[in-house]
Structures are given as C-alpha cells and as structure tokens.
Design a binder for this molecule. Structure first.
Ligand code: AMP
Length: 281
C-alpha cells in the first residue's frame, strides 16, 4: 500500500494506474476508521481494480472548533486497517497541501442547506462539497463510495456531481451498526461508558418510528419521538424530521408507495450523534 501525502505524487501514481486502464474506487474519510468505513472499502475493492482511501480531517466542514479539536486522529491503527482491506493507496494530505490558497469557491445547495444538518451546521455542506470536489479532481475515481449513515451528505454529494457534471458514479452504502443497533461512528469513541450504554436509544426509537409510520400522522410521530427522548435526561435532541428520501425535504404527511427517511441528531454528553432510518411506505 502506498501512503502518499502530496497531491503531486498521488496524481503521478494514479496517472499510471489509469494508463493501465484500471478502474479506481475511492472512499473519502476523516480517519478513526471503523467497520462502517471498512465495509465501504471492501465493496469499493470488489467493484474496482484499484482502491484509494483518503484520510483528511477537513477543517472547513466543522462549524464547531471544539468538535474539530476533539475529532479522533488514529493514523497508525488506521493504516493497519487499510492494509487489512487491501487498500492500494492512502492519500493523507496536510491542511496546507489541501488548501494552499484560501477557498474562494462558494457552493450553494439551495434548500438542502436550510434543513436538518444544513440548518444546524451552517457552512457544513459547503465545506464537504469543497473537499469532495478537490478530492475527486485529484483522484479522478470511477466510483466513489458514501455511507447512508450521513444521508443528507450523500444527497449533497449527488447534487454536487450533477451540478458540476463530474464523471464519477456515487455509490450509496447501507449503515453499519454495532450489535446493539448504534450506528458506527468515529465520534462513538468519545462517549463514556454510561453514554455509550444510552446511545442505542436513538436507533431503537427510529425503528419504532418506522413501525408507527404505517398508522400515525407525521405530527403524531414527531410528538411521540420528542416524548420518547424526554425520558432520557442525558440525551438532548437537536432535530427529528421525516423527509422525502429523494429530495431530503422534511414532510408533514406521508403517502403510500413513497420512500421517506427519518433523521435524528442528538447530543449525548458532549458528543453529537446522527442517525436515520429509511421508511418505504
Ligand atoms: P467520515 O470519516 O465520518 O467522514 O465517513 C467517511 C464515509 O464513511 C462517509 O461516506 C460516511 O457516510 C461513511 N460512514 C461512516 N460511518 C458509517 C457507518 N456506520 N456505516 C456506513 N458508512 C459509514
């Protein structure tokens, strides 16, 4: 496995790979790798000749400096995990390498910026789009793999690819969970023992929401969800929405035959977690 820190060397190596007519599968990450990441990588490796993974904690997608500072960085053990999935190249640039000049481009995703993650983390999706566009330019993958765990981010990346007519297939991968249902996340490492025990409540509640969706209205379900989490003093919900699964726009009512996604963000202690569940009505 090649471990590369510069854009120039990455381009050189990948230019050679493309010249050999090999397809490139790409998984962008911020490191602190877990099974959720590795699942994307195994799939990317299976569906392509050459696997590239990036590890870069992207400062411009954090709207909270404490979150950025406390984001886990575990490069050594990440590299071992990358070897285990037969990654071919890991791109691990410094901030200066990724942003030699101040960012001037401005991405606007319209209503996606105004709801759920977009609303609660101003500037977040702009930062995601800037880094993903740069990474796609450097790596020029045939396929890029993203987790449904970050459902709205997936929609933003799809919109970016459409907007900029980028020659890359975006592949959506299901959320990988712990045995107790908690969605795997690098941030889970920051939960203390009690918080970790509490955290699966989010997914358990989402599963109940999915059952309720067949018989209750959206406002009733929202009320139920709010009440459900009120029972846990150490969970502070930030939002709960049921959104159209294609547009990601929150809805007030659901129709049979359509697909929705119930999304939640909540703080447990100092850790902000998100999760979602797909509802096929
Ligand atoms: P991150 O390192 O958190 O930026 O995540 C990198 C990629 O891994 C993103 O496409 C995430 O959606 C995906 N990912 C993170 N956690 C999971 C999970 N539990 N299951 C599936 N994909 C995930």
């Amino acid at each position: 496995m090649e471990i590369v820190h510069t854009v120039e060397n990455t381009r050189k190596i990948l230019g050679q790979v493309s010249a050999e007519d090999k397809s490139i599968g790409f998984v962008p990450t911020m490191g602190a790798l877990h099974e959720g990441h590795l699942d994307l990588m195994r799939r990317a490796k299976e569906e392509n000749d050459y696997l590239v993974v990036s590890i870069f904690v992207n400062p411009i997608q954090f709207n909270n400096s404490e979150d950025l500072e406390k984001y886990p960085r575990t490069l050594e053990s990440d590299i071992e995990k990358l070897e285990s999935v037969s990654c071919d190249l890991v791109f691990n640039p410094s901030e200066e390498e990724m942003y030699p000049e101040p960012v001037t481009v401005k991405y606007n995703f319209g209503k996606l910026d105004l709801v759920m993650e977009g609303k609660h983390r101003p500037g977040h999706f702009h930062g995601v789009a800037v880094v993903v566009k740069k990474l796609f330019d450097i790596i020029q993958p045939d396929r890029a793999y993203f987790g449904q765990k970050d459902y709205q981010q997936l929609k933003v990346v799809e919109a970016l690819v459409n907007k900029e007519s980028l020659p890359v297939d975006v592949v959506a991968c299901p959320t990988v969970r712990e045995d107790d249902g908690l969605a795997m996340s690098s941030r889970n490492e920051r939960l203390d023992e009690e918080e970790r025990e509490l955290a699966p409540v989010l997914y358990q509640s989402l599963k109940e929401v999915k059952d309720l969706a067949y018989k209750e209205s959206v406002p009733e379900i929202k009320k139920w969800f709010e009440k459900q989490l009120e029972g846990y003093n150490d969970i502070q919900p930030e939002y709960f929405e049921i959104a159209d699964a294609i547009s990601c726009m929150p809805v007030d009512e659901m129709q049979k035959g359509k697909k929705y996604v119930a999304c939640v963000a909540a703080h447990i202690g100092n850790v902000r977690l998100i999760d979602n569940i797909i509802i096929n009505l």
